[in-house]
Design a binder for this molecule. Structure first.
Ligand SMILES: Nc1nc2c(ncn2[C@@H]2O[C@H](COP(=O)(O)OP(=O)(O)OP(=O)(O)O)[C@@H](O)[C@H]2O)c(=O)[nH]1
Ligand SMILES: [Mg+2]
Length: 299
């Protein structure tokens, strides 16, 4: 007799920058969530769907939960993460090996409050030089909560990630698949385009600029097979930021546009023509209405 089919939602939660999005992409072997070395990269709830004969897991990438969140944008991001946690069947609590901070503590509290089964994922084990410190770190953390499982892994290198789906599946309810087998994400190509553009901007811009960027797709058309035309507006918070994004003689914008176009060609499987415009909306990240208008709202 074969086991019952299982399906459900597994929320990937943790403080900013621990590698949640890297893990999601690795789990489903596709880039559905953007990744940068900077914290607060992910601003939305993003599904990555893994379909196997016996189970289907909808992994839910979430914004890093923050303790301090003065700005409207950060509040919306925190609400999105918290709502994803509450809505999930189980939680993957991701931490960075050997770096458990008060921010992690805060996330663990939320995980406990959710009353969901939780798997402790100790990521970035590839970066640990003193391997002898890993086991004590893991056993110390394991005492902090009744985790359903504990898994050290490297999302970046793909080490041990293959073990995770089966561990997750066992904890999911019996259910038929929730999505068509070929579906990888709940996000549209248009959304992914905006995100890839934001990723290339974040990678090249410094200081506070990455945190005050929003990308809005104004036009997305496929006039012929193999060709996509995209016009996007890059929103910044101050006139000074606009000047930096454009750069001397437009060089900075040109370089970022080139990087974005190459990424889009690959992601969308077409020749992409990309038009970028930079506009200012003063301190939009403090303005709940603007934050919502840019698509950053609860869940
Ligand atoms: N060495 C190493 N680096 C990793 C690993 N996983 C992720 N990273 C790096 O950590 C940085 C942050 O990765 P993200 O996946 O964007 O982290 P996140 O938790 O989604 O971050 P937010 O969306 O900002 O909350 C990137 O530079 C990744 O390449 C890992 O297993 N090992
Ligand atoms: Mg992320």
């Amino acid at each position: 007799v074969s086991a019952a089919h299982r399906a459900g939602f597994a929320a990937i939660v943790g403080r900013p920058n621990v590698g949640k999005s890297t893990l999601l992409n690795r789990l489903i072997e596709a880039k559905v969530s953007i990744v940068t070395p900077k914290p607060q990269t992910t601003r939305h709830r993003i599904l990555g769907i893994l379909t196997r004969p016996d189970f289907q897991i909808a992994f839910v990438d979430t914004p890093g939960l923050q303790q301090r969140h003065r700005r409207a944008l950060n509040q919306a991001m925190n609400r999105t993460a918290a709502a994803s946690l509450e809505d999930a069947d189980l939680v993957l609590f991701v931490v960075e090996a050997l770096h458990f901070t008060p921010e992690d503590e805060h996330v663990l509290k939320r995980v406990k409050q959710s009353k969901r089964p939780a798997i402790l994922v100790v990521n970035q084990v590839d970066a640990v030089r003193a391997k002898g410190r890993l086991l004590p770190f893991i056993s110390e953390l394991s005492k902090r909560h009744d985790f359903a499982a504990v898994l050290p892994l490297s999302a970046l290198k793909g080490v041990n990630v293959g073990e995770l789906p089966a561990v997750v599946a066992k904890l999911l309810p019996e259910s038929p698949p929730l999505f068509p087998a070929e579906q990888q994400t709940d996000r549209s190509p248009r959304f992914r385009a905006a995100e890839l553009i934001r990723e290339k901007l974040m990678l090249r811009l410094a200081e506070e600029l990455p945190y005050g960027l929003a990308v809005e797709i104004e036009r997305y058309e496929a006039p012929e097979e193999g060709r996509i035309e995209i016009d996007a507006v890059i929103w910044v918070e101050r006139p000074g930021h606009k000047a930096i994004v454009i750069g001397k003689g437009g060089e900075q914008l040109k370089a970022m546009g080139r990087a974005a176009r190459l990424a889009l060609n690959g992601a969308l499987g077409a020749r992409v023509h990309l038009g970028l415009w930079v506009k200012v909306r003063e301190n939009w990240a403090d303005d709940a209405r603007a934050v919502s208008a840019f698509g950053y709202r609860e869940s």
